[in-house]
Design a protein. Sequence first.
Length: 359
Amino acid sequence: MAELSLHHIDKIYDNNVQAVYDFNIDIKDGELIVLVGPSGCGKSTTLRMVAGLEDISNGTLLLDGRDITRVPAKDRDMAMVFQNYALYGHMTIYENMAFSLVLRKEDPNVIHKKVLAAAEILGLTSQLNKKPAQLSGGQRQRVAMGRSIVRNPKVFLFDEPLSNLDAKLRGATRREILLLHKRLNATMMYVTHDQTEALTLADRIVCMSMGHVQQIGTPLELYDSPNNTFVAGFIGLPPMNFFDVTFQDGALKGKGFEVQLSDEEKATLADYNRKEITLGVRPEDIVELPDGGLPVKVFSNENLGMNTLIHGHMGDNLRISAKLRGWANYKTGDIVKLGFKRMHFFDKETTNAIRKGDR
């Protein structure tokens, strides 16, 4: 059992620069939590505070109900996997994986069994006599994970473990981490700036910006119901389109374009009559509407196999991206008529989502 709780965690450095503000989450046993956000948002700092590599300025860190806020890193029963692997180049893979157990002076027979078991899980059995330099980047990252597995920690911590790998290896190693989580049923915290990793790995995502938690929820919740324009723009690829519009006479009126609304959408925006709001539309929620659609002048056409990503301008030179089903070959300057099958609304001043029932 490994439940981890962060209550009102702050990180303030000696120069009074605050990196993390009032971080709160209760992580359930066996849950995989992904911290995601742009560089400098505080996600790695938060992970390092959990690991004990950074002091916690304010707040409480609990592991299975025990206060470990001031407990040294070596006594927290956590294992961390770094992006640079942190392997010993002069040791074999076997020796690297066994090293922490040797330091603990565990029985050599027990160490041997644990290393072989971890190697079997990670497909490294045939590599145990090699040195790190003889392995690929993906294999070295698996060795780093194996070194953590043999310790049988209560919590696994991953700090951008795939950032040094190429795209193909990232995808393969990501799947291995997911399978590892399911096999071990271990509690994990995982930091990344890659929202694809967050969406595919997480039981829940913590989306951060400038040291503040913007939203915590399942991948679907953050994708489908973002709390604000930051989450809406960060989660999803390609990113969401945003337009300044005014709700007036049952429609949204933007610069050179107008969108009609359903009765339900009108009810959602009832408090915003004649007010400017932000309209958000995901590229995949845009469809071709030859009759009655908004005219868009194409300047780029990207074929993605089953989908086509087009970029263009609508209205008064407003940029828009649309991910359309099927293979299309629009040329620069072509006009395509598009409609929005789903829209998101955000308060212009607060950037928060406007949802039905929030009033």
